[in-house]
Write a protein that binds this ligand. Structure first.
Ligand code: F6P
Length: 557
């Protein structure tokens, strides 16, 4: 693996520094000077139409950013990823989530393994099994069909499936899906409270099958299932009947099928994937099993085809029209030259209400790093803070700060032209009203409202400053025709590749996550203290001891 290029030592970085020093954001002026600006900086990527024109961008900046990509050897690293080289250096692994969506007739052999054949073998196994659930052929222990599947997983084994399930609700043709992730026992308790155990099936999804939250929740779900079935007399409490019930109401998704068996789930009822799929990049793998049950094979194939279309776009499109490349480079421009700390993602699509949460793991677990893949310190800031909420809700919550606050927050706006549920309010098309907000916000952010415009409305001089909008808040607008399975796949792959681009510029391994280990280890060490072990408590710092004492003094059950 080549050593990372220090981006800050490249001539392109020096050029960007120079351009930044001379750059005065003036989006009003830029649009006035160039009537073609919107069309020159708008690009299509698969089914997505992406308008970058309201960004701090001109041809010189664009050229320097693209030159930076060349100088940090981004094309070579991209090829290394797509061909299965071990670019996850700290774990010595290939990074092949793009292989999960390769068509059946593609060819990719990595480390001596026919990856495409492996991927489609598992997909076929899931499709056959999912169809049995969907058709009612698969029966629970009392002979009833399954009406709800409950995915138990956390991080990448939760956020992807729940986001896609929510995004594609209009395409649901099968059982309901629910998602338990938090080790807070209230999560599991609430999610199963109204379920019929005879018609519920749990999918335990964990890449490693060691994650404390997931295994604890899986045990709680097993207790609940067996307890409820015994309570109603559906099973008699014998070991044989318990084993039979678990076999009919539990399946697993994991790379560690030996650990699945140790948990008591028959490996026959398990769907595998591979350690070259990172958890936060795993939604297109067997981790999506709950969604496949809910949506069916055809929709899932369209979802994977959408991801693949974006992969092809990223791999093959010329740099100046390559949307993930351009968006990733713009994020570097804002982070490293304008000092932006965070990045808002604002879908004007209620079905995408979990998209920002999903992106938080994708982007922040990937690029929240302070050393490069060769172990050296990074030489510049890394890792944007991604956050967001669907519009228009966010407009009535945090947009004030984006419009008139002192922080620069680049924002991605996402909308589709057609709603799943067209509705009129009198003569008004409600989706058009909704989209008017989408169009209005990016215009207001870019162009603001000058003091003279405020005065011209007759505003009292004393409050003119408060009612003036400075503008020059950069945004990217992403549109598609419909929120189809393919479009959702394209959006996910788009942000995966944006994340990759940023990681390569910063020289970091975007595919490990050592930073989440410490908290996991400490939680295990502290657990005995929370249970009252004085010696274990004495090993903690005084603040932690005080908090545990508070808990012990106040717990009532
Ligand atoms: O948060 C750390 C992490 O390892 C994530 O990367 C991963 O998605 C999550 O935990 C769950 O891991 P697993 O799928 O192995 O249970």
């Amino acid at each position: 693996m080549q050593t990372p290029v220090d981006a800050t030592s490249t001539s392109a970085w020096a050029e960007l520094t120079k351009l930044h020093d001379a750059f005065t954001p003036d989006l009003r002026g830029a649009f006035a000077a160039d009537p073609e600006r919107a069309s020159r900086y708008s690009f299509d990527a698969a089914d997505l139409h992406v308008d970058l024109s309201k960004n701090f961008l001109d041809d010189e900046v664009l050229a320097a950013l693209l030159e930076l990509a060349e100088q940090v050897k981004l094309p070579e690293m991209r090829e290394a990823m797509f061909t299965g080289q071990h670019i996850n250096v700290t774990e010595d692994r290939a990074v092949l989530h793009t292989a999960l969506r390769l068509p059946r007739d593609a060819e990719l052999v990595v480390d001596g393994q026919d990856v495409v054949a492996d991927v489609h073998e598992v997909l076929d196994k899931i499709y056959v099994w999912a169809e049995k659930i969907r058709s009612g052929e698969w029966k629970g222990v009392t002979g009833k069909p399954i009406t709800t599947v409950v995915n138990i997983g956390i991080g990448g084994s939760d956020l992807g499936p729940v986001m896609v399930y929510e995004a594609l609700k209009p395409y649901k043709t099968g059982p309901d899906a629910r998602f338990i992730s938090n080790i807070d026992p209230n999560d599991c308790a609430e999610k199963v409270a109204d379920l019929d155990p005879e018609q519920t099936l749990f999918i335990v999804a964990s890449k490693t099958f060691t994650t404390l939250e997931t295994l604890t929740n899986a045990r709680m779900a097993r207790e609940w299932l067996l307890g409820k079935l015994a309570e109603s007399g559906a099973i008699d409490g014998s070991d044989e009947q318990a084993t039979d019930a678990v076999a009919k109401h539990f399946v697993a998704v994991s790379t560690a099928l030996d650990k699945v068996a140790a948990f008591g789930i028959d490996p026959e009822n398990a769907f595998g994937f591979w350690n070259w799929v990172g958890g936060r990049y795993s939604v297109g793998s067997a981790v999506g099993t709950s969604v496949i049950v809910a949506l069916g094979k055809e929709n899932w194939e369209n979802f994977l085809a959408g991801m693949h279309a974006m992969d092809v776009h990223f791999r093959e499109t010329e740099p100046g029209r390559n949307v993930p490349l351009l968006m990733g480079l713009l994020n570097v421009w804002y982070t490293n030259f304008f000092g932006a700390e965070s990045h808002a993602v604002l879908p004007y699509a209620q079905y995408l209400h979990r998209f920002a949460a999903y992106l938080q793991q994708l982007t922040m677990e990937s690029n929240g790093k302070r050393v490069r893949w060769d172990g050296s310190e990074v030489t510049t800031g890394t890792g944007e803070i991604f956050w967001g909420e669907p519009g228009t809700n966010g407009q009535h919550a945090f947009y004030q700060l984006i419009h008139q606050g002192t922080k620069l927050i680049p924002a991605d706006f996402i909308a589709v032209a057609n709603p799943a549920h067209p509705v009129k309010d009198g003569e008004t098309d409600v989706h058009e009203l909704f989209l008017s907000n989408f169009f209005a916000q990016t215009a207001a952010l870019a162009f603001g409202k000058t003091a003279d415009e405020v005065r011209a409305e007759g505003t009292a001089e004393a409050i003119v400053p408060a009612r003036t909008f400075p503008g020059n808040r950069p945004t990217t607008s992403i549109m598609a025709s419909w929120l189809t399975p393919a479009v959702v796949g394209e959006l996910i792959a788009l942000y995966e590749h944006i994340t990759f681009v940023e990681g390569i510029v910063w020289g970091i391994d975007s595919f490990d996550q050592w930073g989440v280990e410490l908290g996991k280890q400490l939680a295990l060490q502290i657990a005995p203290a929370v249970q009252g072990d004085q010696d274990a408590k004495a090993k903690q710092d005084s603040s932690t001891q005080g908090l545990i004492d508070y808990y012990l003094a106040h717990r009532e059950n």
